[in-house]
Design a protein around this ligand. Structure first.
Ligand SMILES: *Cc1c(COP(=O)(O)O)cnc(C)c1O
Length: 355
């Protein structure tokens, strides 16, 4: 038995792997692999249609939202968003809560003015800034809902009339939220919804098309909307894996049910950290992430020792991000509660042994 706490690409439901591997050999009993049929066949169109409608259903999206599956990962959205929404003379507001948000800021500056409304960089991004102002004149406000590297998460949607744009790569479909509040949501699939190679983009139909610049066709959201997310060959297999994962999520009870499981997993882990003095969680308690928990041990030898115990017990992905150190444990939707039980039992044993 292995336990997969990888941060991304990361754990998916076992049944999704099973079904995806069957489709590689024989898709829909066609006698052909999903990898060798055209994307404009009825068979693949049905996959795209089902994936899009499952997203709409699971997120309770209004009719003015379009669901796209685009290439390039979340990092492409860092520049595709401002290319489509931010004119050279206009200003977009950004919240700087971590390495991913700061990369988004860097790209946006290539296209227009960026106002960073608040940053927690001074404290190594261990908390989410609060009480900042967002100028009404901003064309959009961008933030990262869950900071994958630093282990913080926004637990409420900021109060503002400025159109909201969010990078939800590492917590999409993990908790209930009024997703209709957002003008644009993007998420690399490889953390909570599928295989690497595709990006989920949920966009208000009327938000793009207001900037004056010209842009390549492939970068223009309107072209993707017009072509039903099939402007060119979509990443067919990655879209298929998303569709299977979305089916699994629906069967599991949807976002509400998965949120309860995610809260239960996170509570067990954080309660364990808080009860054992040898472990320390650097993140502000109210901003702790349900998806990625970061914690440390002060003594470097003990840290190494704990990591080797994890390895021996087949716990994968416990080592922290290279920029933060310590440990990072990712508890995405597909991670079973049992895996957190095994990890926390190991933590308790280790703490006892160390006295
Ligand atoms: C992983 C991650 C990214 C980068 O995703 P890519 O698909 O590798 O470009 C961006 N934002 C967040 C919040 C992430 O967790």
């Amino acid at each position: 038995m292995v336990h997969n706490f990888n941060a991304g690409p990361s754990i998916l439901p076992k049944e999704v792997f099973q079904q995806a591997s069957e489709a590689i050999l024989n898709f829909n009993n066609m006698g052909l692999s999903i990898l060798e049929i055209g994307h404009r066949t009825n068979e693949f169109q049905a996959v795209m249609d089902e994936a899009q409608s499952l997203v709409k259903e699971l997120m309770h999206l209004d009719d003015n939202k379009e669901v796209l599956f685009l290439h390039g990962g979340a990092s492409t959205q860092f520049f595709q968003v401002p290319m489509n929404l931010l004119d050279e003379s206009a200003t977009a507001a950004y919240l700087d809560c971590g390495v991913w948000g700061s990369k988004a800021i860097k790209e946006a500056k290539l296209y227009g003015n960026v106002e960073v409304v608040a940053s927690s960089k001074d404290s190594n991004y261990t908390y989410i800034p609060k009480g900042y102002d967002i100028a009404e004149s901003a064309v959009y406000f961008h933030y990262t809902t869950n900071n994958t590297v630093e282990g913080t998460q926004m637990h409420a949607i900021p109060e503002t009339n400025v159109p909201l744009v969010a990078d939800m790569s590492s917590d999409i479909l993990s908790t209930e939220m009024d997703f209709n509040r957002f003008s644009l949501i993007y998420a690399g699939a490889q953390k909570n919804i599928g295989a690497a190679g595709v990006n989920l983009v949920i966009i208000d139909k009327d938000i793009p098309g207001k900037v004056t610049r010209r842009m390549p066709t492939m970068m223009d959201y309107r072209e993707h909307i017009k072509n039903g997310s099939m402007l060119n060959t979509p990443p067919v297999f990655a879209v298929y894996v998303c569709m299977l994962t979305l089916r699994w999520l629906k069967k599991t009870g949807g976002v509400k049910a998965i949120q309860q499981l995610n809260e239960k997993k996170a509570k067990l882990l954080y309660d364990t950290i808080d009860s054992l003095p040898i472990f320390h969680a650097p993140v502000a308690k109210e901003d702790r992430s349900l998806m990625n928990a970061v914690f440390t041990i002060a003594d470097a030898d003990a840290e190494k020792e704990f990591l080797s115990l994890c390895k021996a017990a087949n716990l994968y992905g416990v080592k922290g991000h290279r920029s933060v150190g310590g440990f990072r444990v990712s508890m995405y939707n597909a991670l079973p509660y049992e895996s957190v039980v095994v990890l926390t039992d190991l933590m308790k044993d280790f703490a006892n042994k160390k006295g």
